[in-house]
Design a protein around this ligand. Structure first.
Ligand code: BGC
Length: 763
């Protein structure tokens, strides 16, 4: 029998809910309801609410249920089915106060249906497509009894050595902020209290993407202006969009770990930004305060974290062990504990769980017979989003799209890899359900005879790397190498290639190479794959590279060798079909890079919106004593915002509605965009602004708006952007957010470098 508590009315069904026994405090009055509940909680029950336990931890499930029934666990994560979570909610309903549990998971880019990785979603620059991925994820996760996702991850990433670059939305503050808002709204819908919606926990607060040297978990040391101008806005956007939760970052910020950072969590997050939700630590982070060297023992770690405003401790035992004693001795004021408990209960309230603890768990008789049933997947949506997420980087002599009747040699270690297609953070996805490039191309050409496949090489033959990647995921081997000698695989591939009209080589990184704890010191393709590409190039056949990777790669040499290059990232469950759609021209690629591709690791950091400097390098005038590397160009391999189409577009010089802008008003910048080619296609018109002279150095340009639009062959449209004072504001050295009068350059184009410019004055 489904148990339900209806707005505090003590009906028979509701008798299992403690709060229904106090009908004087109506459930619809959130604050009073929670205060009343807290008044009845013991110290141990309060501390219990602050414990967020992983089902994948060492604690046996039976013990977890006992602890829940004793009121000593507030929520769990890593269990993803209704039959797993129902007994835990039952245990909570047996506890003295019957406070419901919540169930969380890392639903990062899809749940059962896996969508392209976040970096790929950002490449679509298509807010509707991104929202669709979030809506489907929420729907599927909710149907599997999940109440909260540890997403969106909105850490700005400007150092692709960092493996978690794949998990975020790229380098740009404006683009990532837009996506942060869209994702929170998609997960939470009109309210996270409704089934079909889940609560968002934006992460990792804050600045995790700026770890020094791109090495995971390393320190972050950053100027306040850069912090406020570039790195903090995406978190702020997520919170403004109503994210009910925040996950605290593992890194320190200017010497103070985020987990013990009172300025970050209290002053900025709660006081300045008005955040009212629950802050959860990252995995084991409170205990790590000892290793950071800011707490001498567990007691001090717990004290620092609770005082800083970390409401829930994720999978470490420190709060449970230490807080009762700390409160009793008065070392931690009761109000700190109560504030945290209030947020946890508030989040549960907002998830709709007090009203119905089984809101997302449902009735046992309605549980899906097969959680991985095909009918539970959203393949059409996944394919649609995946094709929008691919970026065409090169297309010499219109090598693409391919003719379905051509004789195609499909080569490469990733061409038939189901697991890699899913990308990292896709735990509830089933590799067997993903479509590889081989399967996608086969389905598209119809006649298997015209498609011949050879693996050609392993992703890497470096045994240490293979062992490392398999170690991090022992339950599901990430890399299974072909035991044949490298030369034999290469020879086979060359033979297949020689008989084909065109070669499609699917190369890149195994998905585990772009993941948490997967930082790299170089961005090259592994040696086996470089050798494969050289051997394929030597056949003289047209060579198409299909890239699968989770970060920018320094692939200048391979791009030179190739006739066409398609960046597909990790495209998810329907990846192979979506890639086939693009390769054969059933879909005209429209993605744009959300992150700069450096030529080499030595260029890092290589983001487009860097501050101006005193001795800029002038292209074409390579004099001494200007800012450059003498052994390589300054320019990246591919700039931010770049991506080709099978058609061509022209963009007119920008026109402004006025040459001056008065504070409080707006002007319009417009361009005419024309499809000058033969196919219908979409492109992204990008607006950049440069503050010419200000009280501090300002970026060479910053993205301030964009529009994605579809044009038929020969069609033209006027694209208009409104520019107001807000678009010109920045944090000055006093951290005041204001626009300064003077000249501004407006640049509009189809990537960050290929722009035309005009200017106006802010009065
Ligand atoms: C990651 C988080 C993740 C958590 C729970 C941590 O290692 O840093 O992003 O949400 O694990 O899986």
């Amino acid at each position: 029998m489904r148990k339900m508590c209806l707005l505090g009315i003590a009906i028979s069904l509701a008798s299992s809910c403690a709060w229904a026994q106090t009908p004087s405090v109506a459930l619809e009055h959130k604050a009073a309801f929670i205060t009343d509940l807290m008044n009845r909680m013991t110290l141990d029950e309060k501390v219990g609410q602050l414990r967020l336990i992983s089902i994948a931890s060492d604690m046996p499930r039976e013990l977890i249920r006992t602890e829940i029934a004793a009121g000593r666990i507030g929520g769990t994560f890593n269990s993803v089915t209704r039959p797993e979570n129902r007994p835990m909610q039952d245990a909570a309903m047996r506890s003295r106060l019957k406070i419901p549990m919540f169930f969380a998971y890392d639903v990062i880019h899809g749940h059962r249906t896996i969508f392209p990785i976040s970096l790929a979603l950002a490449s679509s620059w298509d807010m509707e497509a991104i929202a669709l991925s979030g809506r489907v994820s929420a729907k599927e996760a909710s149907a599997d009894s999940l109440d909260l996702t540890f997403a969106p991850m909105v850490d700005i990433a400007r150092d692709p050595r960092w493996g978690r670059t794949s998990e975020g939305f790229g380098e740009d503050t404006y683009l990532v902020s837009r996506i942060a808002k869209v994702m929170v709204q998609a997960y939470q819908g009109v309210s996270p209290a409704l089934p079909g919606n889940i609560m968002a926990s934006v992460k990792h607060f804050a600045l995790y993407g700026a770890v020094e040297g791109g090495r995971d978990y390393n320190i972050v040391d950053m100027s306040p202006t850069r912090m406020f101008q570039d790195y903090l806005p995406p978190y702020h956007a997520a919170i403004d969009a109503g994210a009910g939760s925040v996950m605290v970052a593992l890194n320190s910020i200017n010497g103070v770990p985020a987990t013990s950072n009172t300025w970050l969590m209290q002053d900025l997050l709660r006081k300045q930004w008005g955040f009212k939700g629950v802050a959860v630590s990252d995995h084991g982070a409170i205990l790590e305060l000892i290793k950071h060297g800011v707490a001498k023992d567990e007691r001090e770690a717990a004290t620092l974290a609770i005082k800083a405003g970390v409401d829930m401790s994720m999978n470490d035992l420190v709060y449970g062990k230490e807080l009762p004693g700390l409160i009793r001795s008065g070392k931690v004021p009761q109000s700190d504990l109560d504030n945290a408990v209030r947020e946890v209960l508030g989040a549960k309230y907002d998830m709709g769980l007090f009203k119905d603890p089984y809101l997302r768990i449902g009735n046992a008789e309605d549980d899906p017979a097969d959680i991985n049933a095909e009918s539970r997947l959203h393949r059409a949506e996944a394919r649609e989003v995946a094709r929008k997420s691919q970026v065409l980087l090169k297309n010499e002599s219109r090598t693409l799209p391919l003719n379905k009747r051509a004789n195609i040699a499909l080569i490469g270690p990733l061409a038939d890899s189901k697991i890699d297609m899913l990308g990292s953070w896709s735990g509830a996805g089933v590799p067997a359900q993903s479509v590889t490039v081989l399967e996608g191309l086969r389905a598209a050409v119809g006649k298997p005879g015209t498609l011949t496949y050879a693996r050609g090489a392993n992703v890497t033959d470096d045994q240490a790397v293979v062992d490392y990647l398999n170690y991090s995921n022992p339950n599901m081997l990430d890399l299974t190498n072909d035991p044949r000698p490298a030369q034999a695989m290469l020879d086979e591939a060359v033979k297949v290639a020689q008989q084909a009209d065109v070669i499609v080589a699917v190369v890149g990184e195994a998905r585990g190479m772009s993941h948490e704890a997967a930082s790299r010191t170089d961005l090259d393709l592994p040696a086996t794959q470089r050798a494969l590409i050289s051997a394929l190039k030597a056949t003289g056949k047209p060579l198409v590279l299909v890239l699968m990777n989770g970060r920018p790669l320094s692939i200048g040499d391979q791009v030179q060798q190739a006739d066409a290059v398609l960046e597909t990232w990790y495209s998810g469950t329907e990846g192979g079909n979506a890639i086939a759609d693009v390769l054969f021209g059933d879909y005209n690629p429209s993605g744009k890079l959300p992150i700069t591709f450096p030529r080499s690791v030595g260029q890092i950091p290589s983001y487009y919106s860097h501050l101006r400097i005193g001795r800029p390098f002038t292209p074409g005038k390579p004099g001494n004593y200007t800012s450059q590397y003498f052994d390589a160009p300054n320019t990246p391999l591919y700039p931010f915002g770049y991506g080709l189409s099978y058609t061509d577009f022209s963009v007119s010089a920008p026109q402004l509605s006025a040459n001056t802008l008065k504070p409080g008003s707006a002007l319009t910048a417009s361009v005419t965009v024309k499809n000058t080619g033969q196919r219908a296609g979409e492109t992204v018109v990008q607006l950049y602004i440069q503050d010419v002279s200000a009280s501090m150095s300002r970026p060479v340009k910053e993205l301030k708006n964009f529009q994605k639009l579809m044009l038929q062959p020969g069609e033209e449209k006027v694209v208009q952007f409104s520019i107001d004072e807000d678009a010109l504001k920045f944090y000055n050295t006093q951290l005041q957010y204001a626009a300064e009068p003077g000249e501004f350059n407006v640049q509009i184009g189809l990537d960050s470098q290929n722009v035309q410019q005009t200017s106006f004055q802010l009065l």
